[in-house]
Design a protein around this ligand. Structure first.
Ligand SMILES: Nc1nc2c(ncn2[C@@H]2O[C@H](COP(=O)(O)OP(=O)(O)OP(=O)(O)O)[C@@H](O)[C@H]2O)c(=O)[nH]1
Ligand SMILES: [Mg+2]
Length: 447
């Protein structure tokens, strides 16, 4: 899988944080350091790493994380959001119009994957956007280049415009544009020549093609295996030609690939596609948010965090804290807490959404029993009088018997609940005494 090593490291950091109920500044510092090293090791550009970790640590130190009720989750959320930003943010799609001629110009160093990618994109957009593509062979320097594109076109049954006799890529591109209009194509993809290095002649030629046909997209093709050099190369191409988007190829390779991920940040241009193999179907549209989840190994955990956040009323949580501090937490509050938990959905369905949760281990856990236990707790509290709920201390032996009968449970069940409640109240009182700024999470006795 792409970015497997990086992904593993993030997951290690995160699972350590999830285990902790509370975080302090030094926890955050350690996690930030681990993330920084992981990114550098994956070959992400050091400037990008620096900016990334700076944003994460600023946000993590602030209100948002340390003072939240679930600091571990909030930290993960911040890292994810910054990762999305690093990969280009949201809403960066390729501009495709159904009413006018879309002209894509492929740009890049030799061997980056321009020709292959031109064919892949034509195929993808024919399928997904119902466009009618025309491929254009404007690499006139290597005779085999025209042949290569022709073969790809044939394989995909996509027409290829070429002119063996011409040595002028500008003329070829102009002519192709005319033909596309004539024949009713709505997508023209121009394959250009590559160079080993960026040189003036190449830039001039690309700039001439650009001026004369005004492409709607200038796509820079970057070989994902070339490491840090890709950052400089894309910056130069962008400065000279004003690219509109980036295609990262060869992300299927087993190299670290992190450098390529820095390209969106350094050029501030969106990554629009990634190449993931040699086959013509090995191309994907690029979405920063999806890639971030993939790298962070998060599965659905983000939607889970959002869900939990929406469900647990912040106001309610604050009210509860006040009570803890005043040590006036009673069985009514306890019941409220129980309801909050239930609102978040059944425990088993929540667990299933967590990445890395072993389904087999889940099956071994008796979820139904846990939920039944919650129901029983609820029934016991409902069988108490309002006074008993407010002042559990008055619940003596005969009251216990009555409550057990009323809730269809046993005296032992009632005892267990009251004991658990007493323990958590003690714990809360201690936390309340620890100072006003410390926040504790309530642990319910049946959990
Ligand atoms: N594994 C893998 N190989 C790729 C990918 N994209 C391109 N290639 C391979 O990379 C090699 C070069 O690809 P081309 O499309 O010819 O590159 P180019 O930029 O047109 O090269 P020049 O025309 O010489 O400048 C070919 O062998 C492709 O099959 C990819 O996403 N994954
Ligand atoms: Mg080529």
């Amino acid at each position: 899988m792409m970015f497997e090593g990086l992904s593993e490291k993030f997951q290690n950091v995160f699972s350590g944080m999830r285990k902790k109920g509370k975080l302090d500044e030094s926890d955050i510092k350690v996690a930030n350091r681990e993330i920084k090293l992981a990114l550098l090791e994956a070959d992400v550009n050091f400037k990008v790493v620096k900016s990334f970790t700076k944003s994460v640590s600023e946000r993590a130190k602030g209100e948002e994380v340390l003072k939240s009720l679930t600091p571990g989750q909030q930290y993960i959320k911040v890292v994810n959001e910054e990762m999305v930003k690093m990969l280009g943010g949201e809403d960066q799609k390729l501009e495709i119009s159904k009413d006018k001629l879309n002209i894509f110009m492929m740009i890049g160093l030799q061997g980056a994957g321009k020709t292959t990618t031109a064919a892949k994109i034509a195929n993808l957009l024919r399928k997904e956007a119902s466009l009618s593509p025309l491929l254009v062979a404007a690499d006139v320097y290597r005779p085999a280049a025209i042949e290569q594109l022709k073969i790809l076109g044939k394989e995909l049954n996509i027409p290829v415009y070429f002119d063996d006799a011409s040595q002028n890529p500008v003329e070829i591109a102009k002519k192709a544009k005319e033909i596309a209009t004539e024949k009713g194509h709505d997508l023209v993809i121009i394959d250009t020549a590559g160079r080993l290095q960026i040189d003036e002649t190449l830039m001039q030629e690309l700039s001439d093609i650009d001026q004369s046909i005004q492409p709607t997209e200038k796509l820079l093709v970057v070989d994902g295996m070339t490491g840090q050099e890709s950052v400089n190369v894309s910056k130069t191409f962008d400065d000279k030609l004003g690219i509109t988007g980036v295609v990262l190829t060869k992300l299927d390779g087993d190299t670290r690939g992190g450098a390529a991920l820095s390209v969106a940040y350094t050029t501030q241009k969106p990554i629009v596609f990634i190449g993931t193999g040699e086959k013509l179907s090995d191309i994907e549209s690029f979405y920063p948010d999806r890639m971030a989840s993939r790298i962070l190994g998060m599965g659905d955990v983000l939607s889970l965090i959002d869900k939990a956040q929406n469900m647990v009323d912040e106001e309610e949580a604050r009210r509860m804290e006040e009570k803890i501090r005043n040590a006036s937490f009673d069985l009514n509050d306890f019941l409220d807490q129980l309801h909050q938990l239930q609102k978040m959905g059944s425990i088993s369905s929540l667990l299933e959404m967590m990445p890395g949760v072993n389904k087999k281990a889940l099956a071994g856990l008796d979820m139904a029993a846990t939920e039944k236990q919650m129901k029983r707790t609820e029934a016991i509290i409902f069988s108490m009088t309002p006074e008993e709920r407010e002042k559990p201390d008055i619940i003596n032996g005969s009251r216990r018997k009555r409550i057990a009968n009323g809730s269809g449970t046993s005296v032992a069940d009632v005892n267990r609940l009251l004991k658990g409640f007493e323990q958590s109240r003690k714990m809360m009182k201690q936390m309340g005494n620890m100072g006003k700024r410390k926040r504790g999470r309530m642990k319910l006795p049946f959990m």
